[in-house]
Design a protein around this ligand. Structure first.
Ligand code: ADP
Length: 608
């Protein structure tokens, strides 16, 4: 008894000293740490409970209820400690370095519920099974079915600890693994000793010892701080590497079409044959288109990251949109022996309400990938619609007989910057952004995207998006009469500090037979308007030195008789720019490179 008391007193002293040191340091707040806090408190309770048991058993005839209470509580304490330790081992098995996915979170919840249930069930055995007591003047202990049940629970827990450590060897790491393994060994030895010598009171002492040693090996705030710093450094390193890789791949992606533009332009300068010139001009256009898609991809990703990607629903003709996209993708096959099959269901509604530009982008992305990653065989593009009330569930499918994607990569497909089979795909252009953007867009439209692939055989991508049906009959295909000649008398001013931009804009306007005048600064424009000169439309660049387009517009608006529409014509095309320019007082917005359709829309709107 004396030995039992003195060991407990020593344990108390150790635990107190360690706790003072532990609580006096700054700690990191994570679930592992919180659990260790509880473990310390519970261990203190254990010392108190075991002391009361040693005291109560010899006088159990005088205070039978108190004795029963003390001993049962002590058994419950041991059980609680074992459960806390189990939870601790499970928590440190989760990889801190990775973000915890929703699936893991759900699993953690399930395990927690299971543990609570198991604790209640095990506690019941300790509360209700018979418990007997022994005191022979030297040794005090309890025995019987309740203690046997406790031993069984502990044995099961030891098996779970070992299994969990073994399965999660990598995530736990050897620094934690070795002390934990020693602890488990300690608990097992303790159990064996207790089985053969029930009078040796070692359980609480061992638990105190483990708690104290854990402080020095795993839970010391200093050790934890260093570990957290290491994790943070690893994360920063990874982000930095991703950025470097992205920049180098961007440099390659941007230089490739630029090389084509530059090379063909030089060839055109030396070429006299008009047909060859036209062919080369087409190649330049294709390369520019490619460059524009890369830049738009980067802008979309920046919008996604700033949570600014928006869905704008308007009325559109689905068949027309899908036919257009199909044609565009088909034209990208080039010389490859790849057949392009299109199946657009005839029963698609005439009009739907939705963001057709984004639907087009999603479809084109999947089709372009199929075309890019297929060397021979076919690309099958199909669109169907399942109608319910006024909703058309669009099912867009793209199937190819291309190189396919390895099983382990299918899950990573929609992560940004992910490109697979780099050795094989070295000649295929791509940024690894397309599918990340596609997925985000589909999600924004409350749709779903799924991918399935067999490496070496082909892939299949399916997108399902609900669109509202617009009850309107298709208008007869009226021959669209070209409006170009209508603008013959219009007088347009273009203001831009860049000479090439001025040239491109005036050349594009030439085909509408308008009169154009160019100026390279806002000052010049203000002077001209001040002198009383009138234009029908002004296309104004914004980013100009000394005086920006916005500042120029402000000055122009000060003239009482100034009522010319001014359209912002700018390469500043990041999220929210259109809205910004409109709020600054511009009448409209066109982004560079100038899309002819956009230009035509603006001319029709302001010159008719
Ligand atoms: P990328 O610009 O590289 O094509 P994506 O995000 O569109 O970027 O695609 C990511 C990666 O997924 C590609 O680099 C490619 O390895 C793989 N991939 C996408 N679509 C297909 C496909 N149809 N067949 C084979 N691999 C594909």
């Amino acid at each position: 008894m004396i030995i039992g008391y003195s060991m407990l007193v020593m344990s108390f002293v150790y635990l107190t000293v360690m706790s003072i040191s532990y609580y006096s340091k700054k700690r990191i707040k994570n679930s592992e740490n919180k659990l260790y806090n509880i473990l310390i408190i519970v261990t203190f309770m254990g010392i108190f409970l075991e002391t009361s048991c040693i005291y109560m058993v010899p006088i159990r005839d005088i205070h039978p209820v108190l004795n029963e209470l003390a001993n049962r509580s002590y058994l419950l304490y041991i059980l609680a400690w074992v459960f806390l330790f189990t939870k601790y081992i499970l928590i440190i098995s989760i990889d801190n370095k990775k973000k915890i996915s929703i699936k893991i979170k759900e699993n953690i919840k399930k395990v927690n519920n299971l543990m609570i249930f198991a604790f209640v069930a095990c506690s019941a055995t300790l509360i209700f099974l018979p418990l007997y007591y022994h005191y022979d003047g030297v040794y005090t202990y309890s025995y019987g079915p309740a203690t046997t049940a406790l031993f069984i629970h502990i044995a099961i827990a030891i098996a779970i600890w070992l299994l969990s450590l073994f399965i999660n060897l990598k995530t736990v790491g050897y620094k934690k693994y070795i002390p934990l393994f020693v602890f488990i060994l300690g608990v097992t030895l303790n159990m064996i000793i207790r089985l053969y010598n029930p009078g040796v009171l070692l359980i609480t002492v061992t638990q105190v010892l483990i708690t104290v040693v854990m402080y020095f090996t795993i839970e010391n705030p200093d050790v934890q701080m260093i570990e957290q710093l290491n994790i943070a450094r690893d994360r920063a390193d990874r982000a930095n590497n991703a950025k470097t890789e992205f920049l180098s791949s961007m440099s390659h992606e941007i230089r490739t079409p630029l090389n084509a533009i530059d090379g063909f332009s030089q060839l055109i300068l030396e070429e006299d044959n008009i047909d060859t010139i036209k062919e080369e001009a087409k190649d330049i256009m294709a390369a520019s288109q490619n460059l524009l898609e890369i830049v738009n991809g980067i802008l979309d990703i920046s919008k996604i990251e700033a949570d600014k990607l928006e869905i704008v629903n308007v009325e559109y003709e689905p068949t027309k949109i899908f036919e257009e996209v199909g044609k565009l993708a088909k034209s990208r096959i080039g010389e490859k022996p790849v057949e392009f099959k299109t199946h657009i269901a005839e029963d698609l509604p005439d009009y739907l309400n939705g963001d057709y530009t984004r639907i087009k982008q999603i479809t084109l992305n999947l089709l372009t990938n199929a075309v890019k990653y297929t060397k021979n065989g076919y690309v099958d593009f199909s669109v169907r619609c399942v109608t319910q009330d006024d909703i058309c569930r669009l099912i867009i499918m793209v199937k190819d007989t291309g190189i396919g994607i390895k099983k382990e990569n299918v899950d990573k497909l929609f992560e940004k910057f992910e490109r697979f089979d780099k050795e094989q795909n070295i000649t295929i252009e791509g940024t690894g952004l397309g599918l990340a953007i596609t997925k985000k867009l589909v999600n924004l439209m409350n749709g779903r995207i799924i991918a399935d692939s067999r490496y070496g055989t082909g892939s299949i991508f399916a997108v399902v998006i609900d669109q509202r049906i617009v009850n309107k009959k298709k208008e007869e295909n009226v021959e669209v009469v070209s409006n170009k000649s209508i603008f013959t008398n219009a007088n347009i001013l273009i203001v831009d500090d860049n000479k090439i931009n001025l040239k491109v804009a005036s050349r594009l306007l030439e085909s509408y037979k308008v009169k154009t005048e160019t100026m390279d600064s806002g000052f010049e424009c203000i002077e001209k308007i001040k002198s009383g000169y009138k234009y029908d439309l002004i296309l104004m660049d914004d980013m100009m030195p000394k005086m920006s387009g916005t500042e120029t517009l402000k000055e122009l608006k000060k003239f009482s008789n100034f009522n010319t529409p001014v359209v912002a014509l700018t390469a500043n095309a990041i999220a929210g720019m259109k809205e910004k320019y409109l709020s600054e007082g511009f009448d409209d917005y066109i982004s560079k490179p100038i899309d002819k359709k956009e230009l035509e829309r603006v001319l029709n709107k302001y010159l008719n």
